[in-house]
Ligand binder design. Structure first.
Ligand SMILES: [Zn+2]
Length: 100
């Protein structure tokens, strides 16, 4: 079931619990990396206000959002958090919009 995630001070839709998102980068041997974006639970579910639309539950990362958001949005594990990483698959987080 899709889940909402706050990253980069914006709301995103993940296909499942974001802790289960796999890295999309290619390994040096070619196939897709098998690491999760992050080991362990670095997010908690909080109630987030959507202006006048009401409230939703969303995953929110502990600590400074700007420290983790770029890597999560790129869907790279800590090994592949490099500018030269090549992706084998598209990333899975989609922007949340109230009208969709
Ligand atoms: Zn990786």
């Amino acid at each position: 079931m899709s889940q909402l995630v706050v990253l980069g001070r914006r709301l995103w839709i993940a296909p499942e619990d974001p802790h289960l998102l796999p890295c999309v980068a290619a390994t040096v041997r070619g196939p897709r990396c098998q690491n999760p974006v992050e080991y362990g639970q670095i997010m908690t579910v909080l109630e987030v206000q959507l202006g006048e639309a009401g409230y939703v539950n969303a995953y929110v990362a502990f600590g400074p959002d700007r420290a983790v958001a770029p890597r999560w949005l790129a869907q790279h594990c800590t090994v592949h958090d490099t500018p030269d990483a090549v992706d084998t698959d598209p990333t899975e987080l989609r922007p949340f919009r109230l009208d969709t």
